[in-house]
Design a binder for this molecule. Structure first.
Ligand code: PMP
Ligand code: GLN
Length: 378
């Protein structure tokens, strides 16, 4: 039968992780921590299971977790979301994004994504029958180009997807850029998915500019986050989406027939654990130290570092060390040097190659040092 996704293969993350295992390489490719989470979080989940929280939760998620999420957004961004009607717990950010797209995009609707972008967006739009409209971020700086975005908006534009802090470029949007987006969308009915899974990984004193802070954006936005990133538990696949009630009611129509709901004990444990803000407030310092440790080592090589202001990724320019393209270089590096990275070309619709690859530094110091030892040969 005809494929629904004829151009899709295995994701680059699965491919690189498999190659890393095969070659016993240090895996700085796929983004996930190689260290454990806070034992208090494990205790909270274990206690929830033992207390009998093992049957279906309500469709939109456990009320105490939705309340904790709404309280956190109010405390951090000053925006009130009603936990009953405006917050839903999802199976990771991945499901939140797919569900928001399926709930809003009709066949033939245009959806603007900014290249490079996370690899699930385009196939999700395709599954909804939408038309993917790719607008490049400014080459080199990865800043949004508002003239190009404005030119891409048509009467058929239903949705736009933005991501800050940004995977893969490790840049963050400024308040001024968020305001420019707000002004640009003001005269339109364009909806927004704001992918903020790295919201707590911002460095050098910068602030995460959530769409929740900009009323004209919040009014049209599904704001997506992920406990996997914030609490070092990517395998739990629990995320959140916040949106105005009218948008959320459409989201939930799809959610209830997509996953219906998300596992109960994780939700109960997370609700207990997240009352303490310290773990996420300490995250910038925690990851900034790792960023700096890794960057210092990389400076001993001929790799040229791009600035990392957010996320747990470090991009490097490889043009001084190789004539290979990004994908071939990553293949060579995992086989010959024993270090896995991700080519940025994997995040572009047209495979644009700018000789930049992405490392993940969400790793134990020993792992980073082991990778640096190997990378010193470059
Ligand atoms: N969006 C971005 C930008 C991501 O980097 C990721 C994780 N790789 C996701 C969404 C998916 O998050 P989750 O694991 O919670 O589904
Ligand atoms: N978000 C992770 C990354 O960008 C990968 C998640 C996945 O494997 N799909 O590396």
């Amino acid at each position: 039968f005809p494929s629904k996704l004829p151009n899709v293969g295995t994701t680059i993350f699965s491919v690189m992780s498999a190659l890393a295992n095969q070659h016993q390489a240090v895996n700085l490719g796929q983004g996930f921590p190689d260290f454990g989470c806070d034992p208090k979080l494990l205790d909270a989940v274990a206690a929830a299971m033992q207390a009998g929280h093992n049957q279906y939760p309500p469709m939109p998620g456990m009320p105490q977790l939705r309340e904790a999420v709404a309280a956190k957004i109010a405390a951090l961004h000053g925006t009130h979301y009603d936990p009953h009607t405006e917050i839903t717990i999802t199976a990771g950010a991945t499901q939140a994004i797919l569900t928001a797209i399926l709930a809003t995009v009709h066949a033939g609707d245009e959806v603007i994504v900014l290249d490079p972008c996370y690899d699930s967006y385009a196939p999700n739009i395709e599954l909804a029958g939408g038309v993917i409209v790719r607008v490049p971020l400014t080459p080199g700086s990865f800043r949004p180009d508002f003239a190009k975005i404005a030119a891409a908006i048509t009467p058929q534009t239903r949705l736009m997807i933005v991501n800050t802090p940004h995977n893969p470029s490790a840049t963050i949007w400024t308040a001024d850029e968020m305001r420019q987006l707000e002004a640009l969308l003001a005269p339109t009915n364009v909806l927004l998915i704001s992918d903020e899974v790295y919201e707590h990984m911002v460095f050098d004193g910068a602030q995460h500019e959530s769409a929740a802070r900009f009323p004209g954006l919040a009014a049209r936005a599904f704001i997506v986050s992920s406990f996997g990133k914030t609490y070092h538990v990517t395998g739990w696949k629990v995320g959140t989406v916040a949106a105005p009630a009218a948008l959320m009611s459409e989201f939930r129509k799809v959610h209830q027939f997509n996953v219906f709901t998300v596992n109960t004990p994780m939700q109960v444990g997370l609700a207990t654990y997240m009352h303490n803000p310290a773990p996420y407030l300490e995250l910038p310092a925690f990851y900034q130290r790792k960023r700096d440790l890794f960057a210092q080592g990389l400076q001993q090589t001929r790799l040229k570092l791009l600035p990392t202001t957010g996320t747990y990724f470090q991009c490097v320019d490889i043009s001084e060390v190789t004539d290979l393209n990004e994908a071939d270089f990553c293949q060579w590096m995992v086989q010959e040097l024993g270090v896995a990275a991700i080519p940025l070309s994997a995040f572009y619709g047209d495979g644009f190659d700018q000789k930049v690859v992405r490392f993940c530094f969400a790793k134990q110091d020993a792992t980073l040092l082991a990778a640096l030892e190997r990378l010193r040969k470059l």
